[in-house]
Design a protein around this ligand. Structure first.
Ligand code: NI
Length: 183
């Protein structure tokens, strides 16, 4: 049975706290939560289920968004129409990044931010993420473009950072002189 997640919005101070490293392997409770997150994110990206369960589309979630200050992130990437790849990273770290900067042209959204916030969020075009899977096996992921943005967005959550913190209030949109590629 599908259970919609209770996602905290950004009025909760917990979203501004630093999450703690997690001991591995994960507990069965945490693994169960991960399965719920994967299902929620997947359904949210399939119109039929998004309508049925009233889900706002999202491709990523971090544990602090559920009020749990643990360094665990989940991303469900629709890499091809109707095909999804799941990424679960425990204690993730960005171990290298491109010098090239990109930004999502339409801006970013967040399941904890229930309003439109306009502006470009500068992100590395490519990142390498290292961390662990739920069993404690070391993993390394190379991400680019939209997936790279998603990883940076979710890892920011573990450090109490929200995407709009990174929008320049005085000049929220990049232009062709800014050396930022819009995707
Ligand atoms: Ni978010």
């Amino acid at each position: 049975m599908f259970k919609k997640l209770d996602i905290l919005d950004d009025t909760h101070k917990v979203l501004r706290q630093i999450s703690k490293e997690v001991k591995l392997p994960l507990s069965n409770d945490d693994k169960e939560i991960i399965e719920q997150i994967i299902k929620h994110l997947t359904y949210s990206q399939i119109d039929k289920y998004a309508d049925k369960y009233d889900l706002r589309p999202g491709m990523g979630l971090a544990f602090p968004q559920l009020g749990l200050l643990k360094r665990i992130i989940v991303i469900v990437d629709e890499y091809e129409e109707g095909k999804f790849k799941n990424y679960v990273v425990v204690n993730p770290k960005i171990t290298s990044n491109s010098t090239e900067i990109i930004a999502a042209e339409v801006g970013e959204g967040c399941l904890s931010v229930n309003r439109e916030i306009e502006g470009h969020v500068p992100r590395f075009a490519r990142v390498t993420i290292e961390g662990f899977d739920p069993e404690g096996k070391k993993i390394k992921i190379r991400a680019r473009e939209e997936l790279s943005i998603a990883f940076q967005h979710e890892i920011d959550h573990l450090n109490g950072i929200l995407f709009y913190d990174k929008i320049d209030k005085k000049k929220p949109f990049f232009n062709e002189y800014d050396n930022v590629r819009l995707i």
